[in-house]
Design a protein around this ligand. Structure first.
Ligand code: ADP
Length: 501
C-alpha cells in the first residue's frame, strides 16, 4: 500500500519520503494536485498533503474523489499545517471525512504514528472489501445452486400435471425426489457450516463402525458413479470402531466421495481405504481426476474457496463442502489433508481421527407380539400440505394417524387419544411446540414418545426442546428413514411402558 505525498514547496516532500522509508513505509511523491487525485482513484493506503498545496481547486477535487468512494472505503488523508491555518483546515477536514490535521513543527514520531494508524485502518477497509466481494460472489453462487434443482422440480411437476407429458409419472417423481434431496443437502450444508463456524455443533459420540459406515457412503454414491462410468474400490484395512458422531463421519466421507466423482472425468476410478496409524484411524479417498494445483492445496479448505469460481461450471457447488469436512474432522480431534501431484494428476484426501474409547452399545429387546399392533401417531403441524403429506407417509408406514393444525387442538387431541408417538412442529402460531410438549407431559407423563419437528437445527433449539419434554428432535424435511427410526423407537418405548407399567 502506497503512501501518497503532495508537498509542493521546497524539499518537504523528499524529506518526508526519506523519513517514512526508514520506517518501511512505501511512498509516492505526487507532482501536482491532479497527480494526487489520479493516484487516490487508482487505490492507495493514505495521503499526506501540506497546507500550501490545498487550494480551492484541490479542495473541490478531493471532495469529489472522496465523495465518490464505495461504501467500504474511507480514504485517510493527513494534512500538515501551521498553527494559524490549523483551525481553518479542521473545518475543511470535517467536511472531507477521514482527515487528520498535524500542526507544525512536526515531530517525526507523530507523523510516523499517524501514517501507521492510517495504513492500519486502510488495510482493515481492504479486508472488508474482500469479505463483501466474497459474500456477493457467494450469494450469486447460492442463487444459482438453489435455482437449478428448484427449476427442475417446478418443471417436472408442471409437466406431470399438464396431461401431455410423455414420460411416466414414476420417472418424473424419481427426478423430483432426487432434486429435492439435493436441495435439502445444500440447505443442510449451509446451515451446518454456519453452525460449525460459530462453534455451535456438538458431537453426538457413539461407537462408529468404520467399515460399514464407509460401505454405506459408497453405496449412496453408487448410482452417481455408475452414471459417469466411475468405479469405486474399497480397501478395508481397519474394521474396528471409533468414538465419533456417525452422522458427521458420514457427512465427511460423503463430501469427499462426491467431490472425487464431481472432479473426475468419466471412466476414471476412485479408491477408498481405511487403515490405522498409531492411535489414529486413517480414511483415504483417492481419485484420478483433475487434480489440484500446488498453490490451491492450502486454500481448498477455506470457506467459499473454489479453484474455478465461475458460475459457468456445469457441476456446481458452493465451496463449502471441504470447509465442513475440515471443521467436522477437527471437532473430532482429527485432521484432514490433501495431496495432489498437480493439475491433471488426481487428488488424495486423508482424514485422520483418533480411534478413542468405543462406547458400549445397549441392546433393547422388543416384544414382537405387541409390535405387530398398529402404532397410534399424532401429528401437530400448521402447514396444511406438510400435514397431509406427513400423515400420508405415516399411514403408508402402517400407523393410525390423527392430526391437528395448531397448539390448543393438538394438546386436546393428544391428551384424549393418548397416542404412542406425537410429532409436534415447533413453529406453531399462538401456542408453540414447546408449550404443547410441556402441557402434554404434565398431563400424560412419560407414556408417549414426543418428537419435535423444526426447520432450525441449532443446538440451543435442541436443548430447549429437551427441557420442554421432547424425547427427540428432527429437522424438516422429514425423511422416510428418520420416520422409520422414530417409529421403531416408539415401539420400544411402548414395550417398556407396558412391561413396567
Ligand atoms: P465445491 O462445492 O466447489 O465442490 P468444496 O469445498 O467441496 O466446494 O471444494 C472446494 C474446491 O476444491 C472445489 O471447488 C474444487 O475446485 C476443489 N476440489 C475439491 N475436491 C476436489 C477433488 N477431488 N479434485 C479436484 N479438485 C477438488
Amino acid at each position: 500500500m502506497r503512501t501518497l505525498i503532495l508537498a509542493p514547496r521546497g524539499r518537504d516532500g523528499e524529506l518526508t519520503a526519506q523519513l517514512l522509508a526508514t520506517h518501511d513505509v512505501v511512498t509516492q511523491l505526487c507532482g501536482s494536485g491532479e497527480a494526487l487525485i489520479a493516484a487516490i482513484s487508482e487505490g492507495a493506503g493514505c495521503a499526506i498533503v501540506t497546507e500550501e498545496a490545498i487550494d480551492q481547486l484541490l479542495q473541490r477535487a478531493l471532495a469529489k474523489v472522496l465523495g465518490d468512494q464505495p461504501p467500504w472505503s474511507d480514504f485517510p488523508l493527513i494534512v500538515l499545517a501551521s498553527v494559524q491555518a490549523a483551525h481553518h483546515l479542521q473545518l475543511m477536514a470535517s467536511a472531507l471525512g477521514n482527515v487528520t490535521v498535524i500542526e507544525r513543527p512536526i515531530s517525526p514520531q507523530t507523523l510516523i504514528t499517524a501514517v501507521r494508524a492510517a495504513l492500519r485502518g486502510r488495510s482493515r477497509q481492504y479486508e472488508a472489501r474482500t469479505a463483501i466481494q466474497q459474500r456477493d460472489q457467494f450469494l450469486a453462487m447460492l442463487g444459482h445452486e438453489l435455482r437449478t434443482p428448484l427449476g427442475a422440480i417446478v418443471l417436472a411437476t408442471e409437466l406431470a400435471r399438464s396431461g401431455v407429458d410423455r414420460v411416466q409419472l414414476g420417472d418424473r417423481l424419481e427426478l423430483i425426489a432426487r432434486q429435492s434431496h439435493l436441495l435439502a443437502r445444500l440447505v443442510d450444508d449451509l446451515l451446518d457450516v454456519a453452525r460449525v463456524t460459530t462453534g455451535k455443533i456438538r458431537l453426538r459420540r457413539d461407537s462408529v463402525d468404520v467399515d460399514s459406515t464407509i460401505r454405506a457412503c459408497i453405496a449412496a454414491h453408487a448410482e452417481q458413479a455408475r452414471a459417469r462410468d466411475i468405479q469405486i474400490t474399497y480397501a478395508a484395512q481397519f474394521k474396528g470402531a471409533i468414538d465419533a458422531d456417525t452422522a458427521r463421519i458420514e457427512q465427511v466421507i460423503n463430501n469427499l466421495l462426491s467431490n472425487a466423482i464431481k472432479y473426475s472425468p468419466n471412466g476414471r476410478s476412485i479408491r477408498v481405504s481405511a487403515g490405522v496409524s498409531g492411535d489414529l484411524c486413517e480414511i483415504r479417498v483417492r481419485d484420478h481426476g483433475i487434480g489440484i494445483a500446488q498453490e490451491m492445496q492450502s486454500r481448498v479448505f477455506d470457506l467459499f474457496a473454489q479453484v474455478d469460481g465461475s458460475l459457468a461450471r456445469s457441476d456446481g457447488g458452493m465451496g463449502i463442502g471441504l470447509t465442513l469436512v475440515d471443521r467436522l474432522v477437527r471437532l473430532h480431534g482429527g485432521s484432514v489433508a490433501v495431496e495432489s501431484a498437480g493439475l491433471g494428476h488426481g487428488s488424495e484426501f486423508t482424514v485422520r481421527v483418533p480411534i478413542g474409547a468405543p462406547t458400549a452399545h445397549t441392546v433393547v429387546s422388543i416384544d414382537s407380539a405387541r409390535n405387530a399392533e398398529r402404532l397410534r401417531v399424532a401429528l401437530v403441524e400448521d402447514n396444511e400440505d406438510l400435514r397431509v403429506l406427513t400423515a400420508n407417509l405415516l399411514e403408508a408406514l402402517g400407523c393410525a394417524v390423527e392430526a391437528a393444525p395448531d397448539g390448543p387442538d393438538g394438546i386436546d387431541m393428544i391428551v384424549q387419544s393418548k397416542p404412542d408417538l406425537a410429532f409436534v412442529d415447533i413453529g406453531l402460531p399462538t401456542l408453540d411446540g414447546f408449550e404443547v410438549a410441556r402441557q402434554v407431559r404434565a398431563q400424560l407423563g412419560d407414556s408417549l414418545l414426543l418428537v419435535a419437528v423444526t426447520g432450525f437445527g441449532r443446538d440451543q433449539d435442541r436443548e430447549r426442546a429437551r427441557a420442554a419434554g421432547f424425547d427427540n428432535f428432527v429437522t424438516k424435511p422429514l425423511g422416510i428413514d428418520s420416520v422409520r427410526d422414530l417409529l421403531d423407537r416408539a415401539r420400544k418405548t411402548r414395550t417398556r411402558v407396558t412391561n413396567h407399567g
